[in-house]
Design a protein around this ligand. Structure first.
Ligand SMILES: Nc1nc2c(ncn2[C@@H]2O[C@H](COP(=O)(O)OP(=O)(O)OP(=O)(O)O)[C@@H](O)[C@H]2O)c(=O)[nH]1
Ligand SMILES: [Mg+2]
Length: 457
């Protein structure tokens, strides 16, 4: 169904009571529809208004006065969508914003689908696909680094990098084609060294794009982190110290925590999806046994293990079993209760664990060192939000495929394959790299991107 001739409308502010609610209208009929429902105090009609100007007045649905509003006009192409746009700012009540929206629909507006405003912006060349995706990233950003990264992408950080990579590849491909297709035309022979140099340059730029991806993802999605250890070592106390409130029950009775207690915490620039678990031990208590089993299983699906040990006790078999179990995982040995007298064999821990931090979960000592170590393990300490970085799985897949194609191209140059074979691989890389910005993305890909947006954006 082609909706491009429809004038679309939606409430663009959040679904809830607030100071102001904004109803957006975009399309050929935007000004006409607005004139049917808006009466300005000045007497000026919307059609008469210049772009980037606002007018104060009232919204009516026929003779029914709905609200006092400020209406802003954006004339194409100088608007978010690139079309004529009207934004009506009314009082932000749930009922009143819906009434204004109904009036717009009553007079010819068509309800916008999820992401349709941004999709139109993309189709009208106001932004490319990576910039459009950044809009959603800005909206959903939970921290400073995440929002700075999203804003940099919105401002074209990825697009510019893709432009440079594409430029390098197109240069290689066109020279190869020209030389192969017009041999009589005195086109200088393709120098394998120069060709390879350019391909390697493009390859390293794509690798750089991918490098920051994992760290960026950790910042964006958070890292699934499990707190494990024997009973009574202070796991729940650590959980509460990190969350900042009494999320888990703490007592001096071993076996207090039975189920998995989950909470998301933001520490500096990283988000931890934390799970506090039952203390690991052999037990006949059925409920506790299930909890212990759950804890052991969860270690396998966690991205980071915080293994807690009680520094006031000597290491026992259970501690040693845990140290062996987590060796394969990104993990930190947390030596807790350093406010007490130490009896723990630190040499044994040092010999078995790379990341060790001494803390007092009770009074908070050592927590900032723990955060620093987590940042180091997850790579987030090196993450630079101002450097171009891919921000979602779709973009990453395109880059990975482009990299594969480039490796094939480099291989065929090295092994002296036909120039045709090299050209095909370079074309393949170009195809994939341009899918990131949507310059060569299929309709299905584009639809998929906007499907994840919210209505009104
Ligand atoms: N002195 C001291 N006591 C602590 C510290 N951390 C925890 N404790 C105490 O250790 C006891 C057990 O703490 P919890 O946090 O419940 O221990 P847990 O590992 O969650 O125990 P289970 O849920 O039974 O597996 C409580 O009395 C805490 O107050 C610490 O850093 N210093
Ligand atoms: Mg506990």
């Amino acid at each position: 169904m082609n909706r491009i001739n429809d004038t679309i409308t939606a409430i663009s502010t959040a679904n809830g009571a607030g100071g102001i609610g904004v109803i957006r209208i975009s399309g050929e009929q935007a000004f006409f529809i607005a004139d049917r429902i808006f009466r300005s105090v000045s007497g000026k009609t919307v059609i008469e208004m210049k772009g980037y100007t606002a007018s104060y007045g009232y919204v009516y649905d026929d003779d029914d006065k709905i609200d006092e509003v400020v209406l802003t006009v954006f004339r194409k192409p100088h608007s978010y969508t690139g079309e004529d746009v009207v934004e009506i700012s009314c009082h932000g009540g749930l009922f009143v914003t819906k009434q204004v929206l109904r009036a717009v629909i009553h007079h010819g507006g068509v309800p916008a689908m999820a992401g349709e405003f941004t999709q139109r912006a993309f189709l009208n060349g106001k932004m490319d696909l990576s910039e459009a995706e950044a809009v959603m990233d800005i909206i959903s950003a939970k921290g400073k680094t995440e929002s700075r990264t999203a804003l940099a992408c919105r401002e074209g950080k990825i697009s510019r990098e893709i432009f440079h990579i594409n430029d390098l590849l197109v240069h290689c491909a066109s020279h190869l084609s020209a030389w192969a297709d017009y041999p009589e035309d005195d086109i200088p022979e393709v120098d394998n060294h120069v060709l390879k140099e350019n391909l390697v340059k493009a390859k390293s730029r794509i690798e750089n794009l991918l490098r920051n991806y994992d760290a960026g993802m950790v910042i964006k999605k958070g890292i699934d982190t499990i707190i494990v250890g024997k009973p009574n070592v202070g796991k729940s106390t650590l959980m509460n110290q990190l969350t900042g409130y009494e999320k888990s029950i703490v007592t001096d009775i071993p076996g207090t925590t039975r189920d998995i207690i989950e909470e998301t915490v933001v520490l500096g620039d990283i988000t931890l999806n934390l799970s506090d678990t039952a203390g690991l031990r052999d037990t006949d208590n059925l409920v506790e046994k299930i909890g212990v089993e759950k804890a052991r299983q969860k270690i396998n699906t966690s991205s980071l293990v915080l293994a807690v040990f009680d520094s006031t006790q000597q290491l026992d078999e259970e501690d040693i079993r845990l140290l062996e179990l987590i060796r394969e995982f990104p993990s930190v040995a947390i030596i807790n209760k350093i406010d007490g007298t130490s009896r723990i064999d630190m040499d044994y821990i040092r010999a078995n664990m790379k990341n060790i931090v001494c803390i007092s979960a009770k009074n908070g000592d050592g927590i900032s060192e723990l955060v620093r170590i987590i940042e180091k393990i997850t790579g987030t300490s090196d993450f630079d939000p101002s450097v171009a970085t891919l921000t979602n799985e779709r973009q990453r897949n395109c880059a990975v495929k482009a990299l594969e194609a480039l490796n094939e191209a480099i291989f065929s140059v090295d092994t002296g394959f036909t120039l045709d074979a090299t050209t095909v691989s370079i074309e393949d890389a170009i195809q994939n790299i341009l899918e990131i910005t949507g310059e060569r993305a299929s309709e299905v890909v584009v639809q998929n991107v906007f499907k994840n947006f919210c209505v009104g954006k």
